[in-house]
Design a protein around this ligand. Sequence first.
Ligand code: HXC
Length: 515
Amino acid sequence: MKKNELIINLEEKKATLKKGGGEKAIEKQHARGKLTARERIELLVDPGTFQEFDLFVKTRSTYFGLDKKSIPADGVVTGTGYVNGRRIALFAQDFTVIGGSLGEMYALKTTKMQDLAMKLGIPIIGMNDSGGARIQEGIDSLYGYGEIFRRNVKTSGVIPQITIMMGPTAGGAVYSPAIMDFIIMTEKATTYITGPEVVKAVTGEQVGHEELGGGLVHNTKSGVAHFLAKDDKDAIETLKKLLSFLPDNYLQEPEIVDTGDPVEREELDLRNIVPIDPSKSYDVRDVINKVVDNGDFLEVQSLFAKNVVVGFARIGGRAVGIVANQAEYMAGVLDINASDKIARFVRFCDAFNIPFVTFVDTPGFLPGTDQEHRGIIRHGAKVLYAFSEATVPKVTVIMRKAFGGAYIAMCARHLGADMVFAYPQAEIAVMGAAGAANIIFRKEIKNAENPEAVRQEKIKEYKDQFANPFKAAERGYVDDIIDPKDTRIVVAKALEFLRTKSEEPVQKKHGNIPL
Ligand code: HXC
């Protein structure tokens, strides 16, 4: 049957609106090395699954000639689709349309997706590329941001919320991603509260866009972003991988996948990777890669606070969160940034029923005025809080150093670890033997004829007593001391066994995590 005029008219209308800002603007977008909102959606969702919402929405604002301007779809493409067969809701900011800036109706389109995702219990994905509040619309855009933020908070811990930044995310646009669970940033993306011009006007400081808030800055320095991507395509691939580890909502568990990697796999290399000599370094990712299925590990915040490593993997097909001290970087010490990184990751895993495995090898919290004055106590407390609060299965492997507060903080039995294993070279003590001997035998060392010889003797004495896992095992703080080659087998068995763990959180309005 022939198309009638109504259908022809509809198709034309849709085609025009779908061109966004038009050919020239699209060319400009491509010249900046960016894809358009619709091209990004096409890359993200399974073919033919995108259902667009609100293509015909228009701004109601008439200020500063907005009523005369063409603003297709009001600058944001919203809808639902499937990613590798799983449902998601999304909004993709269209920079070709008035800089992807947010006005009242644009915000309503966004909150409609947030509400829908919440009702259905499915992840919400934001693709950011926006100059922030639509300046011409004035306070209506502020109202819009407020409504989005409130939903980000309401949704937090209910469904995964993930942002991919692929262009500017300026001004009011920054806080929605910041409340969400993960931010993936391309190298060229920028995010800042105020751009270089405002910075110059207010402080006199001269700084470029990327230097102020580029992908690299937020992945290495501020810790705002969780993944750095080469370009739009790479960012979307990262998102797909991340989603594969997550359930759709807090009432579900992540999918169990047949990874083809047997759990009964011994790894003789693990006997050598973690050196017996506590002063020797190694890359903890070599341990993680040997333990998880097929060595497939998605590291989160790999460029920030490198003294700890966190990320997602599978063991026996089950999604797990991995938390580990990184001996290779600052000897795996816990500092402010590492504490923030661990605490936020652990709370995410707990909220979404992802058990975690903690690999411990840390000399302690980082001492010094810099850390103390910036609040290592307040930040370190987050780690204790997050591990204690978590009700998912918690498995801890003490590989080498586990001293003092950091021993407790790294998910010790005392914070509720369900199963704790230690390597034979583990040292579980109040502090390192050298430091301990210097304090408790200070007088004897000082008054000795040969102070150095006595010092070494006392260090040995302390080491023999405490620098091993047996004292902790005698008390039941460690459940078993294992051959490192069996780590995968032991951890996989533990996770399998703990799968029915159920621990009701204490009834309260909410806790008060130190922030
Ligand atoms: C309206 C905007 C806009 C905005 C960009 N445009 N940002 N229109 N409101 N916030 C328009 C531009 O006028 C231009 O229109 C088109 O989008 C493309 O922008 P360009 O500047 O040509 O692109 P580019 O050179 O790539 O620079 C991108 C940019 C820059 C860095 C994002 O546009 C910029 O600095 N924009 C303002 C950013 C900002 O200060 N936002 C804060 C808003 S206040 P034409 O017609 O020329 O193509 C805010 C506070 C809210 O957000 C607080 C809530 C809590």
